[in-house]
Design a protein around this ligand. Structure first.
Ligand SMILES: [Zn+2]
Length: 84
């Protein structure tokens, strides 16, 4: 027997990529400001970057693809340059 669905839930799933966590949510890509501290061998660096983030509308889980992670790594490297 199929599980009961909440009204409207079936509409959430379209041909886009679904959420890998809850399996139902629509994943929206958006630019998100990310501010973080990173510990390095030269001390703490503070980074603030804008990265393309995939956010699930249903459960709110966030994920970054390789391109986003490259942007984050680049930002850390830039901050390290300033410390020299
Ligand atoms: Zn989800």
């Amino acid at each position: 027997m199929p599980p009961n669905r909440l009204p409207g839930l079936a509409m959430v799933r379209d041909d886009g990529e679904g959420c890998a966590f809850c399996g139902h949510g629509t994943v929206i890509k958006r630019q998100e400001e990310l501010a973080f501290h990173q510990w390095t061998d030269r001390g703490y660096v503070f980074c603030k970057v804008s990265v393309p983030t995939a956010v699930c509308e249903r459960c709110g889980s966030k994920s970054w693809d390789d391109a986003a992670e490259a942007i984050i790594e680049e930002a850390v490297r830039r901050e390290l340059e300033k410390l020299r």
